[in-house]
Design a protein around this ligand. Structure first.
Ligand code: NAD
Length: 494
């Protein structure tokens, strides 16, 4: 059985805890590897290595850091296909989806190459007589990133690119379900010239996370995953004095108004609901259809769904792959199987496919969904599109704002005034106007509101730089004996 071990000081290091996790091929249902799960002592050892690497990395010139980041970008670009194979093998992504994830991740590396221009501080000459004041941004030290299974390449890139370019050393704790992509990226960073200890990968589960959250030498924690764990990570990390950004789950609504182009809306909803088998935090999970067009829209959705080609990522014609695990596949199927009993209408039931050896489901479509039903109230995270009928724009907006999550949303309309009102009123962090998956480009920042984000700094982009640095303001005066005197009053500037 293949064994996946840790990455410390630019080398693969075998785990010593004696504990391992199982890594499956979701397309066949078979275990294909085992991954080392770190003990508390192993976490401590990696933190010590990262701490030792920090002073020299911090002192490394920005131009040299940028050079390494540019090389990393070139290596990632040249190895897109190889990296994508790990996403197919361990996550089940079809190639178009895996390559899309990598492309969006690389955009974060490209943004980080320009960080020297964005870390410039301010300077005020002559704030008072002979006194200058200026601000600088400095790295935090050893920082940690804990990532989910659904984007094993992109989400780590959201975090480490900014973190290390700002001068920190970084420990990645990837999902134990698909750990190989992080090892491949680690080796590319080594090839790019990143010094030992600046980027380490520690595989593990709750034991490793819990140690990272309390260890005094960890300065910040970036987390992406489900809402209950995000909340736990935020509360535990901040209680232990750390800076934390913790992104949680989602329930993304797409509001379709009567004046929308319904074919375009149906294409967008189907692409955004079933891409990556619905295991995307920005997947459209609920279509809010205004009554007058609801029947027509559902007909258009229902006619498209059966055309989706479900299969393993090794089949070049497959558009949608399996789910991550047997347990998750069965949980998603339970939402579909219980929906009719709760009063919803199951238009297309994809659970037949659950008989396959791999963790597959076919796409499902559920109409007449309402708050109070499990398939609406909970994050499904699978290939299930639900439709809720609403009387008006106002009812659609209220539904979105009443939901506990506030990650992403979209409105489909031709009315610019209504779209502008929607962006003004909606209590969601990322908004699409005729765009179903509004993941911000790398020079903005990513983050939801409400139960989708704990903390106040969004991920990557300019807020990512703020998160990974600390501000310092210097007030300076060079000796001028003519103005020197003892004065116990509070310093004034005039
Ligand atoms: P998860 O919360 O189960 O796991 C995320 C990470 O936390 C993993 O590294 C895991 O090892 C660790 N973890 C799991 N249980 C833990 C525990 N009890 N204590 C400490 N650490 C623990 O999430 P997942 O299943 O890997 O990913 C899917 C979830 O992530 C979905 O809810 C999805 O919406 C969410 N997600 C959100 C975003 C976003 O940007 N908001 C992005 C991607 C995924």
């Amino acid at each position: 059985m293949q064994r996946i071990s840790h990455w410390v000081n630019n080398k693969v290091v075998a785990g010593t805890s004696g504990r391992t996790g199982k890594v499956f091929n979701p397309a066949t249902g078979e275990q294909q590897a085992e991954v080392d799960l770190a003990s508390t002592a192993e976490v401590d050892a990696v933190i010590a290595k990262s701490k030792a690497a920090f002073p020299e990395w911090r002192a490394t010139g920005m131009s040299r850091r940028a050079e390494i980041m540019f090389r990393t970008r070139e290596l990632l670009d040249a190895n897109r296909k190889e990296l994508a194979t790990f996403l197919t093998l361990e996550h089940g992504k079809v190639p178009s989806d895996a390559l899309g994830e990598i492309a969006r991740g690389i955009e974060n590396i490209e943004f980080a190459c320009g960080i020297p221009a964005l870390m410039k501080g301010g300077y005020s000459e002559q704030a008072s007589g002979g006194v200058d004041v200026y601000s600088i941004r400095q790295p935090l030290g050893v920082v940690a990133g804990i990532t989910p299974f659904n984007f094993p390449a992109m989400v780590p890139m959201w975090m480490f690119a900014n973190a290390i370019m700002c001068g920190n050393t970084f420990i990645l704790k990837p999902s134990e379900k698909d750990p190989s992509a992080s090892m491949f990226i680690a080796d590319l960073l080594r090839q790019a010239g990143l010094p030992d200890g600046v980027f380490n990968v520690l595989h593990g589960d709750k034991e490793a996370v819990d140690r990272l959250l309390v260890h005094p030498d960890i300065q910040s924690v970036s987390f992406v995953g489900s809402t209950p764990i995000a909340k736990y990570v935020y509360e535990t990390g901040t209680k232990n004095g750390k800076r934390v950004q913790a992104l949680g789950g989602a329930k993304n609504h797409m509001l379709v108004l009567p004046d929308a182009d319904l074919d375009m809306a149906a294409d967008a909803a189907v692409s955004a609901a079933y891409g990556s088998a619905g295991e995307r935090f920005m997947a459209v999970s609920v279509v809010l259809a205004v009554d007058s067009i609801a029947d027509a829209l559902i007909e258009k959705l229902a006619s498209r769904v059966p055309n989706i080609k479900v299969g393993p990522g090794t089949d070049p014609s497959a558009e949608m792959g399996p789910l991550i695990s047997r347990e998750h596949r069965d949980k998603v199927a339970s939402y579909i199987n219980n929906a009719a009993g709760e009063g919803a209408t199951v238009v297309i039931n994809g659970t037949d496919k659950a008989k396959d050896a791999g963790f597959f489901l076919n796409p499902s479509l559920i109409d007449n969904v309402k708050p109070g039903m499990k398939c609406y109230d909970e994050e499904i995270f699978g290939p299930v599109l639900t439709v809720m009928r609403v009387k008006s724009y106002a009812e659609g907006l209220k539904t979105i704002n009443d939901n506990e999550f506030g990650n992403g949303t979209a409105i489909f309309t031709r009315d610019g005034g209504v779209a502008r009102q929607f962006q003004y009123d909606v209590q969601v962090g990322m908004v699409g106007i005729n765009v179903p998956i509004p993941v911000p480009v790398s020079y903005y920042s990513f983050g939801g509101w409400k139960a989708s984000l704990f903390g106040d700094q969004h991920m990557y982009g300019p807020e990512g730089i703020n998160f990974f640095t600390r501000g310092k303001v210097v007030t300076s005066r060079w000796p001028d004996p003519r103005t020197s005197a003892v004065d116990l009053g509070f310093p004034t500037n005039r």
